[in-house]
Design a protein around this ligand. Sequence first.
Ligand code: ZN
Length: 40
Amino acid sequence: MGTLICKHCNSTIDHFEDEKVTTLYSQCSTHCHDDDSEKE
Ligand SMILES: [Zn+2]
């Protein structure tokens, strides 16, 4: 059982089948905690 986690907000994005228990980090949305973006 693998889990895909947002590296910015630690939200669980998705789960996937895997032989091992694995955690992968990704981004839940394009603009999630985008430090490089200008603030509104
Ligand atoms: Zn996020």
